[in-house]
Design a protein around this ligand. Structure first.
Ligand SMILES: [Zn+2]
Length: 329
């Protein structure tokens, strides 16, 4: 029996318009694999950061780098839509607005992307997203995980030499970036999804790797599934999870009096910390909670990888799900 079959009662048998209170919470580690910039698109601002408490206890305040929730799901939606497009499963609503596209105000209202991640149509139709997330925080303080680089501004001829005088550029700017092996903690909550919708959403997460600013240098990010919790309501927040993991991984005072976790940190150590603190945090949630064991989490990721290696099986999942939503009414 597969993990998804074992927990079949945690998924809806078919899509329903009415909330059923079946939540699947995916505990994710987003690990940066190359220098990355996560700024607000087009703002010209440096990285977004927030002052927050270091851990759950104590008064220590640190600045953490933040990846906005919109940025995280937008990347995963694009990954999923590429797949739907390849299988001809993005539609056109009325024959004049063009094929369903993100940010173009022409949702088809019946593809998997529209039905799962939601849409708002000008004509009044709307579907709430059933994938809910929040801003993700870096585990470590910004001072530990960011660096800045100077760059020479380019001239019109795309070189650093003035085409008229031949002299080098003296216009120097700085770019702030997040260092490789920086980790962010994030919980994605899926509401009332079927098993096939779950396969699609988790596939999008595991297959997405480019986050950050659209222009300039884009960071490569690896998503790791650290845990899965079934519940009847939303559980704890990204920030609580980050703070609890930070406390758990703190070191004793070093010669500088610092007690922050090692950087870089082995992801396995972080995954173990997440499992442990999520057990504790889960104990404070007013809901019946079922957690996958670490072995089940590994097996589940294996099931998703095996599925996506089989093109015909993926097509079946996508086609069956799309058909389930029925003709556009
Ligand atoms: Zn659509």
């Amino acid at each position: 029996m597969t993990i998804i079959e074992k927990y079949a009662d945690r998924f809806l048998a078919r899509y329903s318009n009415y909330p059923q209170g079946q939540y699947v919470n995916l505990l994710l580690v987003r690990q940066v694999e190359s220098e990355a910039i996560f700024r607000t698109e087009g703002s010209g601002e440096p990285l977004s950061k927030e002052f927050v408490h270091a851990g759950l206890d104590g008064d220590e305040i640190i600045q953490r780098v933040v990846i906005s929730k919109r940025k995280q799901t937008a990347v995963e939606r694009r990954t999923g839509r590429e797949l739907l497009r390849a299988h001809g499963l993005l539609f056109e609503k009325d024959g004049k607005s063009g094929t369903c596209a993100l940010n173009r105000n022409n949702p088809c209202e019946r593809c998997m992307d529209c039905m799962i991640y939601g849409y708002a149509a000008g004509g009044g139709g709307a579907q709430k997203s059933r994938v809910v997330t929040d801003d993700a925080f870096s585990l470590h303080p910004a001072t530990t995980i960011t660096g800045s680089k100077q760059f020479n501004a380019l001239f019109d001829n795309s070189t650093m030499r003035d085409p008229e005088t031949g002299k080098p550029s003296h216009s120097i700017g700085t770019d702030e970036y997040v260092k490789p092996e920086t980790v962010f903690l994030d919980i994605e909550t899926l509401k009332d999804v079927t098993a096939n919708e779950f396969r699609y959403i988790l596939g999008n997460i595991l297959r997405s790797s480019r986050y950050g600013a659209i222009t300039a240098r884009i960071g490569k990010v690896k998503n790791l599934l650290a845990g899965v919790i079934f519940s009847n309501c939303e559980i704890f927040s990204n920030l609580e999870l980050t703070q609890a993991a930070y406390d758990h991984l703190r070191n004793g005072d070093d010669e500088n009096g610092s007690t922050e976790p090692d950087f870089p940190l082995r992801t396995q150590k972080l995954v173990e910390a997440i499992l442990e603190v999520s057990l504790e945090l889960g104990g404070r949630v007013a809901s019946h909670i079922v957690r996958l064991t670490p072995e089940e989490v590994v097996a589940l990721v294996g099931e998703i990888i095996t599925l996506y290696q089989d093109e015909a099986a993926v097509r079946r999942v996508l086609e069956e799900t799309t058909k389930m939503y029925g003709p556009q009414g």
